[in-house]
Design a protein around this ligand. Structure first.
Ligand code: SAM
Length: 300
């Protein structure tokens, strides 16, 4: 009990022994002048623009979902407990959970902390790499959350990663996974092309967004019971009102973040790539496009 409390109050010292150094930055600026990490499979940039996009994307998903959690955990969170957010990005989700449930102790884990935000006293950041294992003891967390790591985890590592989330979750606790995949309804040729380029670039790192409909299968394999899953069809474009308008902006910014890996791997000119993205808004409006977001949760 005392050791746990000490670790909570001294996260840096407590995790120092296990924590790996943060992956190095790419030494040269890339063609799109975005900052990226090297030494990890992660495809997206790691800069202020991307952090702002992640905040924006968080609000889009919260609007679509109407809540912060998919797992049926709200009642338990009101009474406290430890929460983990793996690949926490800007920390927005984790900080909102900490504010909403002041009796919880929320930990956000990521490769690096990107900006200092004012955070509540029941939130802390821990540096770590999920692909090297989580620096936490078995059965530590009541609720383990991982969202939008599709561009970070090679397909063959997914079962192991979910097993690791299961390991640190306490019996009776919940694990929640949320991912955008590559599945669409009514996609026009531009969006289909962008997804195909993205797949090609991702495949070079063993990443496969087409398999994100397997989240509940991986939860089951890890040993979870009471598995819940849902596919949220996010509308893309102004045709669907405010949510569609916000989501197309997120999608455009997300694809733009893939410019350097996609153009170099697919042998495209940056102009061609940018033109395809620029036409997306009108195309998705015409086709009334939707994009799949997979939600899955399971109890340990
Ligand atoms: C697309 S962002 C999603 C951030 C956040 N989960 C959200 O929903 O806003 C992916 C995050 O995963 C982090 N990440 C990538 N590879 C990781 C790894 N191997 N271990 C831990 N975090 C990782 C990135 O640094 C980035 O912050």
């Amino acid at each position: 009990m005392f050791t746990r409390l000490w670790k909570w109050l001294h996260p840096v010292q407590a995790e120092q022994e296990q924590a790996e150094p943060a992956p190095a930055l790419s030494p040269e600026r890339q063609s799109d002048r975005r900052r990226r990490l090297t030494g990890v499979p992660y495809l997206l940039p790691k800069d202020l623009d991307e952090i702002n996009r992640l905040d924006f994307q968080h609000y889009v998903l919260r609007l679509a979902l109407g809540r912060l959690t998919f797992a049926p955990i709200e009642e338990q969170l009101r009474h406290g407990g430890q929460v983990l957010d793996v690949g926490c990005g800007s920390g927005r989700w984790a900080i909102e959970i900490a504010r909403l449930y002041p009796l919880t102790q929320v930990t956000g884990l990521d490769l690096e902390q990107v900006k200092a935000t004012t955070s509540p006293p029941n939130y802390r950041f821990v540096q770590g790499n999920i692909l090297e294992g989580l620096p936490f003891a078995d059965s530590t967390f009541l609720y383990t959350h991982q969202r939008f790591l599709v561009a970070a985890l090679p397909l063959e590592r997914w079962p192991w990663v979910v097993q690791e989330l299961y390991r640190v979750t306490a019996p009776g606790g919940w694990i929640e996974l949320i991912e955008l995949g590559a599945e669409t309804r009514n996609a026009g040729p531009g969006l289909q092309q962008l997804i195909a380029w993205g797949r090609q670039a991702a495949a070079m790192r063993g990443i496969d967004g087409t398999q994100m409909n397997r989240l509940s299968q991986w939860l089951q394999q890890a040993g979870c019971r009471q598995i819940l899953s849902h596919t949220l069809w996010l509308p893309v474009g102004a045709w669907a009102g405010r949510l569609g308008l916000l989501f197309i902006r997120d999608l455009v910014a997300g694809f733009s973040g893939l410019e350097a890996p996609v153009t170099s791997i697919c042998g495209l000119s940056p102009e061609h790539f940018r033109q395809t993205i620029a036409a997306l808004e009108q195309e998705c409006d015409q086709h009334r496009t939707q994009y799949a977001c997979y939600l899955a949760a399971g109890q340990r």
